[in-house]
Design a binder for this molecule. Structure first.
Ligand SMILES: *Cc1c(COP(=O)(O)O)cnc(C)c1O
Length: 367
């Protein structure tokens, strides 16, 4: 019997994605929202985990409203989610009306210019859209002066089939940041000018801010994938991924030896250095140089030296020999070491760790 065609046998690194855990996270968010509908944000390839697989899983779990950033992402998601709604957060690129119609995609209109363009495109046959109003980010959404123009002249927004009026929270993950309260107040004012359709404000962290933030539709993203929406408190979400990499080389090092590019890690005592088949080309961020930890069984091992394109190096000196051999696996993300842990070590957020997960990992989807 040959094992040559079993990818697990020749993979240098394996990323396992637990679709059942993502479905459970959807249930946790739904429970938080009570009777309020729960949508799902699956932009950036489902935060790196695979928009198709995630979309199909959540569609089967009952999700009817999906959000992506790009029109292209919406086109690619369509076959996985049946006739569920797909909303395009980045709004309307001029001249793309036919593409929206053909793939049954819904633009989130973010300025009066886009509103006007959609009025023109849909004047003979209404097509659904959302309207995004800025309440404090200065990125997307109608700015306050455009909202005032509509208040004075409602015709500016007439004739549209508006499904949702939405805004986006800038600081919902910071429990004591007063900006969320200001945005909530501003959004209520928005609703007094634009009462049509459903109202949607809450991202993942917003869902956990309580009822006043829920309105008619939640739009969680990152919490679906297991990142803690409430930093500094116990994570209410289930972890969804495991990342492990193989030891492909073991070296004995003597005091004074240096490891990797720039020789910026100098060995102090007799040590054993393990080289793993993962690098920054896999999205294992270079800022993790000298900062990350991995686990071999229960043994915590520090990353030493710089992260290279295809390789990282760990000091495994005190790991029992029987666990530590060429071909053995090292946990980089998993039960002992969460996405949030790795993000902290990299000086970034879980969002960035997930959306950088590389294309070279051998991916295994668990149901
Ligand atoms: C990305 C995004 C979300 C989801 O945010 P999370 O913090 O990942 O839950 C919701 N709404 C908008 C407009 C977004 O861009």
């Amino acid at each position: 019997m040959t094992t040559a065609n079993i990818p697990e046998n020749h993979a240098g690194s394996i990323l396992t994605i637990d679709l059942a855990a993502i479905a459970e996270n959807y249930e946790i968010l739904k429970t938080r929202l009570g009777t309020v509908e729960c949508g799902a944000v699956v932009k950036a390839n489902g935060y790196g985990l695979g928009a198709g697989e995630v979309g199909r899983t959540l569609s089967n779990a009952g999700c009817r409203k999906f959000f992506v950033a790009h029109l292209e992402e919406g086109i690619q998601l369509r076959p996985f989610v049946g006739d569920a709604e797909i909303h395009i957060l980045n709004g309307l690129i001029p001249g793309t009306g036919d593409t929206y119609r053909e793939h049954r995609l819904i633009p989130v209109l973010g300025s009066l210019r886009e509103v006007g363009a959609w009025q023109v495109y849909t004047k003979d046959a209404a097509l659904p859209c959302d309207v995004h109003v800025d309440t404090g980010m200065l990125r997307l959404g109608l700015p306050p002066d455009e909202l005032r123009q509509i208040a004075n002249d409602p015709d500016l927004i007439s004739g549209l089939d508006i499904k949702n009026i939405m805004s986006h929270l800038a600081s919902a993950d910071e429990l004591h940041n007063p900006q969320s309260g200001s945005q909530l107040k501003a959004f209520k004012q928005v609703r007094s000018v634009l009462p049509m359709g459903a109202a949607s404000l809450a991202n993942s962290s917003g869902v956990f801010r309580g009822d006043p933030y829920h309105f008619d539709l939640g739009r969680p993203g990152v919490a679906l994938y297991g990142v803690n929406p409430l930093p500094d408190t116990v994570n209410p979400m289930r972890p969804t991924i495991e990342l492990k990499a193989r030891i492909i080389q073991l070296r004995d090092a003597r005091p004074g030896d240096t490891v990797g590019y720039g020789a910026n890690f100098k060995v102090k005592t007799h040590s054993k250095i393990a080289t793993l088949a993962v690098g920054y080309a896999d999205g294992f961020l270079r800022s993790l140089s000298g900062k990350a930890f991995g686990y071999i069984g229960e043994h915590r091992v520090p990353l030493v030296g710089r992260v290279s394109m295809d390789l990282i190096t760990f000091d495994v000196s005190h790991v029992p020999v029987k666990l530590c051999h060429v071909g053995a696996w090292v946990e980089l993300i998993g039960a002992n070491h969460s996405v949030d842990d790795l993000a902290r070590e990299a000086g970034t957020i879980g969002y960035e760790v997930l959306t950088n997960l590389g294309a070279r990992y051998h991916r295994v989807y668990k149901n």
